[in-house]
Design a protein around this ligand. Sequence first.
Ligand code: GTP
Ligand code: MG
Length: 326
Amino acid sequence: MIDFFKGKNAQEQEQLKVEKNEQEGFFSRLKKGLSKTKNDFINQVTTLFSSSGKINEDLFEQLEEILIQADVGVATTIKLIEELKERVKQDKISEAAELSSVFKEELSRLLQDEATGLDIKPGLNILMVVGVNGAGKTTTIAKIAQRYKSQGKQVLLAAGDTFRAAAIDQLKVWGERVGVNIIAQQEGADAAAVTFDAIQSARAREVELLIVDTAGRLHTQKNLMEELKKVRRIIEREAVAAQTQVLLVLDATTGQNAMNQAKIFNEAVNVDGIALTKLDGTAKGGIVIAIKNELGIPIKLIGVGEQAEDLQDFKPDEFIEALFSE
Ligand SMILES: Nc1nc2c(ncn2[C@@H]2O[C@H](COP(=O)(O)OP(=O)(O)OP(=O)(O)O)[C@@H](O)[C@H]2O)c(=O)[nH]1
Ligand SMILES: [Mg+2]
């Protein structure tokens, strides 16, 4: 075993302990948040393997059904099964019980090279947050703001959801709670104008992270998607030197519908990354695998509960570990 504390002074040891506890805390929250998926999807798969005896075609058919049920998506399911069959042939595996570890390896492989977390660079970063109604945009913004604020960064919020007065108030409450400023106008104001104001203000205050909230909208509402494009254009025009990212918030419990949302939002505003919320509320965490394989948009953050610590950088290895650990 490696002794992490060797050669460290008392203060450094204390700091390491804090970091280790934090790490463990995050992992146990992740495990807890993914427990529905683990107890349903993953357990079904491992039970199938452990109870099937010799590998045969019937086993793959049952596996296919479980994967599709768990929102892995048809294309990704077919790919995964083909890869498993290939491994069975290559490694001359005949017992189904041996497939558990192979399955875990193939899942890991499918999720590899995934960018993780937000990419915050020196200077002004603008994060535009979009998604359908109730996906978790505003609470995700609050969690992100809290995280970067606690790292000592200068954060500013823009109340770009001007549809409802309640939305502006909700963001104000979060701003106060987290201790960051917010730029808002009245209900019904032009979202692009609020964004314009916020960018000027961000410049004047040497803000490092400006997060723009937007109204929830169905991806099928053409005029509202046009409004979103306008906000995007203002950011591009007014913040040439800034590093801009569009974060699409998807609710994991909406399953395959999330895939359609992603395609259309991406066409409209060019999405850089996905925050996948409410994974704690679904047994169909297979959606993570479908998104990774079928969209070509990286999952940056995942939400596994309502607390600030429940918004985590998406780390494929930890995700797989949490699903398969006892
Ligand atoms: N369990 C759970 N709840 C979440 C998560 N993320 C967000 N929520 C909840 O989802 C609900 C909706 O969140 P909002 O942030 O208001 O969603 P929104 O996308 O801003 O909604 P609109 O502004 O109406 O479009 C709130 O009750 C959040 O607490 C998560 O990861 N897990
Ligand atoms: Mg909102």
